[in-house]
Ligand binder design. Structure first.
Ligand code: FRU
Length: 471
């Protein structure tokens, strides 16, 4: 019997985020609602904190906040998925929960550059135990004009039909999203590409984890393209997660759309997946890491966490992300409640690592130019967020990254006051600026208790409240 990776140290363990119990975690999968529970699955390798043949780990929750660990839902033990049950999604139909996922098979296990990716189904009648469909794979080959990159089906219902959108690459080496249609989730008809990368450097060579939905009457295509080249202060991560706003034409199977926009501006955000809640909110989870990062927690027997669940809204052709309202339940005690008139101030709090903070700086008539939020230990400024009033630029700086990769950037359209909502959870920090207009998701690592400072180049009035967060 193989034994799960052993946890040797909990120093970096997050308290109120979904993370792997032990072993490796990447993408969120199968985000859905079934028989009174939210379900979140994830790319999981239980036997080591390094990536290995992917399983689907599984949690469920009644409130999006308290998650119960469930048995492994998918194990790579079939010929079509023996080298990984890759990312996919879930949908309830006739009181049964269906998972649709990619089976990954290497023709030669020592050569990961050649593989066969197929789409597969598993189902459950209790939301806990899953059976793989005996007719797998349900899509055995990619379309003829596709490369071998053919993965991450996201399923939804439209009218009487089911659709999946699959991440892919065409024969010319351009990323794209293709769709299929079905009446029973088991037999699929190929419809074609709905959107294609215009150029490798601009829009990528493979689109991973596509997701198509409508919000406020507009279409949104979310995806994680590989291969977009950095341009100035944009697209600085190894791979990007972002979206196109547009309109889905089901008759023509085309998604007319605008430009690609990054969804989160931090270092640690990828492979996001959404679901629609019973009360019609579009909620997104991302992987709170990035491929090939340093992953210090790997030394402790685990690796990987998800972001907080966030509600998506659309304003002025831009997606906003706000932590779900259920998170307020985790507020334990108000530990900060200050009105500051300050240029440099330490925010004193006994547990700065399990905290939600809300800062409102009265910047409308302020004549200064820069406000910094700093999380630091004795040696260094671990994470700094700087807002510049003159050009409305926001700069996020991480001390643990090489200097040329330490900064991430964003822009806040002029508003009366600057609002920063921050969630800190042991080794993660997420910034939501001006009600989710600009978001940075980050991991940070410190062996001693950090301190929080707010600093401005000219005295500014800031209201600060803060709560310790329950597990
Ligand atoms: C995205 C991804 C997916 C794939 C999965 C494998 O991070 O590469 O395209 O299905 O991870 O774990």
């Amino acid at each position: 019997m193989r034994v799960p990776a052993k946890i040797t140290n909990e120093r970096y363990r997050l308290n109120y985020h979904v993370s792997t119990p032990s072993g490796w975690m990447n993408d969120p999968n199968g985000f859905s609602y079934y028989q009174g529970y939210y379900h979140i699955f994830y790319q999981y390798y239980p036997y080591s904190s390094e990536r290995g043949p992917m399983h689907w780990g599984h949690y469920r929750s009644q409130d999006l906040i308290h998650w119960e660990e469930l048995p492994i839902a998918l194990t790579p033990d079939s010929p079509e998925d023996d080298n990984g049950c890759y990312s996919g999604s879930a949908i309830a139909k006739d009181d049964r929960l269906y998972l649709i996922y990619t089976g990954n098979h290497y023709y030669d296990v020592n050569d990961h550059s050649h593989f066969c990716q197929t789409q597969n189904v598993a189902y459950s009648d209790d939301g806990i135990h899953f059976t793989k469909y005996s007719g797998n794979p349900v899509i055995a080959v990619p379309p003829t004009d596709n490369s071998q990159h053919f993965r991450d089906p996201k399923v939804w219902q439209h009218g009487d039909s089911y659709y999946i959108i699959v991440g892919s690459q065409d024969k010319a080496g351009l990323g794209r999203a293709i769709t299929y249609k079905s009446t029973d989730l088991l037999h699929w008809e190929y419809l074609g590409p709905i959107a294609v990368s215009q150029e490798r450097d601009n829009e990528g060579y493979t689109w991973e984890c596509p997701d198509l939905f409508s919000l406020n009457g507009q279409g949104v295509l979310l995806c994680s393209p590989q291969g977009i080249a950095a341009k100035g202060k944009k697209y600085l991560n190894l791979y990007q997660t972002g979206y196109f706003i547009g309109k889905m034409d089901y008759r023509q199977n085309q998604f007319e759309h605008g430009v690609f926009q990054e969804l989160d501006h931090g270092h640690d955000f990828y492979a996001a997946q959404t679901m629609l809640t019973p009360d019609n909110r579009r909620i997104v989870f991302g992987w709170l890491d990035m491929w090939h990062a340093d992953f210090p927690e790997q030394a402790d027997g685990w690796c990987g966490a998800l972001t907080l669940p966030r509600e998506l809204t659309l304003k002025n052709n831009q997606l906003y992300m706000k932590p779900v309202k259920e998170l307020k339940q985790l507020r334990q005690e108000k530990v900060i409640d200050e009105k500051l008139m300050t240029s440099l101030k330490q925010i004193n709090v006994s547990d700065p690592q399990h905290l939600e903070m809300l800062l409102t700086a009265e910047t409308e008539d302020w004549s200064g130019s820069e406000i910094n939020f700093i999380l630091k230990n004795k040696q260094e400024d671990l994470v700094t967020l700087t807002w510049n009033k003159g050009n409305n630029e926001v700069v996020l700086t991480r001390a643990d990254k090489p200097i040329d990769d330490s900064r991430r950037y964003g822009r806040l359209r002029p508003k009366s006051n600057l609002k920063i909502r921050v969630f800190i959870d042991t080794s993660s920090i997420e910034f939501f600026l001006n009600d989710g207009e600009l978001v940075f998701s980050e991991r940070y690592y410190t062996s001693e208790k950090p301190q929080i400072f707010v600093n401005a180049d000219q005295s500014v009035k800031i209201n600060v409240t803060g709560y310790t967060m329950a597990k």
